[in-house]
Design a protein around this ligand. Structure first.
Ligand code: SF4
Length: 336
C-alpha cells in the first residue's frame, strides 16, 4: 500500500443490531476503521465476532427485519452510504463496491445461465447492448481461467464445479472494476488446492487489472498473512486490535490476537504437540461479559476487566488495541 494512499471507506461508530423476540442482539457494537485506496484489509475473528455483519452493513444488505443499523456513518469517497436512497445504493452495489460471498451456489441464480447472469451486470451498470455484454462476459470468464469460455456461457451454475463457480463470482464482482471488493470467506467452501488458486487469482486480477481495495473477511490467519496490508481483529461485535500485518504476526498485543496466533499450526512445532487453543467458547450473543468482552477466556484478566469495558487505545501511530493492559501506553490523546 502506498504511504500517501487516500481513504476510500470510513466506518464510524457503526452499530448493527438484530431484534430477537423482545431482546436486541448487538452483532456490531461501535466499530470504527478506514480502508485506503488499493489496500487489502483483513477482517478476522471467530464465528459470531461481527465481521460478516460489518461487511453486509457496508452494502446495506442487512435483512430488515430483524436487523437494522442503529447508528453510525459509512463514508465512501466521503459520501455517507447510510443516507443514500435505495435507488442510489443499487447503482453502487456491483459497480463501485462488489461482494463475493462464501458459498457461490447460493449467490448465483440456479435458473439462469452463467452467461445471462454475467451479461446482466454489464447491461445494468454499463448500459451495454446484448452483443457487447456477451463479448465482455466471455473476456471475464477467460480472465478467471474458465476453459472454453464462449461455450461455457450457456451452462447453468450446477454444471460448474465449486471452484469454477467461485471464479465466476470473482469475474462478476470485478467486471465493473469496483474500487472496493468485499470478499466474505471467499475460499472457505472450496477444496484446499482450489483455495490457493482462487486466492492467487483474486490478488493477481486486483494487481494487474483493477487495483481495487479489498476487505477480506476471514477466520484464516494464514490467508491474511499472505495477502493483507493491515488487519482488524474483531470479537464480541467490537474491534479488539488493528495493526499492519507484519506487526500483528510478529508482535501481537491483544490477548485474543495472541491466542489466535498461538493456535496456528507451525512447521517448527513437533508433530506430537497438541495445538494450543483459546480456552472456552465464544459466548452466546446475549451472554457476553459486561466489561471486556473477552474476559471469560483471557489468561491476563484483572479484576476491573469484568466490569469496565476497555477503550480502543492508539498505542502507536498505526496500531490500536482494546485492553486494560495497555492503558499506560496510550499514544496521543485522541484514541477511539
Ligand atoms: Fe484480558 Fe483484561 Fe485485556 Fe480483556 S481487558 S483482554 S480481560 S487483560
Amino acid at each position: 500500500m502506498e504511504s500517501n494512499a487516500k481513504k476510500l471507506l470510513e466506518i464510524q461508530s457503526l452499530r448493527t443490531y438484530f431484534r430477537v423476540e423482545d431482546r436486541i442482539a448487538k452483532a456490531v457494537d461501535g466499530v470504527d476503521f478506514d480502508i485506503y485506496e488499493g489496500e487489502t484489509l483483513g477482517l478476522v475473528g471467530e464465528s459470531g465476532s461481527g465481521k460478516s455483519v460489518t461487511g453486509l452493513s457496508i452494502l446495506r444488505l442487512i435483512p430488515n427485519p430483524p436487523g437494522f443499523i442503529k447508528e453510525g456513518n459509512i463514508l465512501f469517497h466521503g459520501k455517507n452510504l447510510l443516507d443514500l436512497p435505495y435507488s442510489e445504493m443499487r447503482k453502487i452495489r456491483g459497480k463501485e463496491i462488489s461482494m463475493i460471498f462464501q458459498e457461490p451456489m447460493t449467490s448465483l441464480n440456479p435458473v439462469f445461465s452463467i452467461g445471462y447472469q454475467l451479461m446482466e451486470v454489464f447491461k445494468f451498470h454499463q448500459n451495454m447492448e446484448k452483443e457487447e455484454a456477451f463479448e465482455r462476459s466471455v473476456e471475464m470468464l477467460e480472465l478467471v481461467g474458465i476453459p472454453d469460455p464462449r461455450k461455457r456461457m450457456n451452462d447453468y451454475p450446477h454444471q460448474y464445479s465449486g471452484g469454477m463457480r467461485q471464479r465466476v463470482m470473482i469475474a462478476m464482482a470485478l467486471s465493473c472494476k469496483p474500487s472496493l471488493l468485499i470478499a466474505d470467506e471467499p475460499t472457505t467452501a472450496l477444496d484446499v488446492t482450489i483455495q490457493a488458486q482462487v486466492l492467487d487469482l483474486m490478488m493477481k486480477i486486483k494487481k494487474e487489472k483493477v487495483n481495487a481495495a479489498i476487505l477480506l473477511i476471514t477466520h484464516d490467519l494464514g490467508v491474511v498473512a499472505e495477502t493483507c496490508h493491515r488487519v482488524v481483529v474483531m470479537y464480541g461485535g467490537k474491534i479488539q486490535e488493528i495493526a499492519p500485518v507484519h506487526d500483528l504476526f510478529h508482535d501481537p498485543k491483544h490477548p485474543y490476537t495472541i491466542g489466535l496466533l498461538k493456535s496456528l499450526p507451525r512447521p517448527d512445532r513437533a508433530r506430537q504437540d497438541r495445538l494450543p487453543t483459546i480456552p472456552g467458547m465464544v459466548p452466546e450473543i446475549f451472554h457476553f461479559p459486561k466489561g471486556c468482552k473477552f474476559c471469560n477466556r483471557c489468561d491476563f484478566k484483572m479484576e476491573k476487566c469484568e466490569t469496565i469495558e476497555p477503550e480502543l487505545l492508539e498505542v502507536s501511530p498505526d496500531r490500536k488495541v482494546r485492553c486494560h493492559l495497555f492503558e499506560g501506553q496510550k499514544h496521543g490523546t485522541d484514541a477511539k
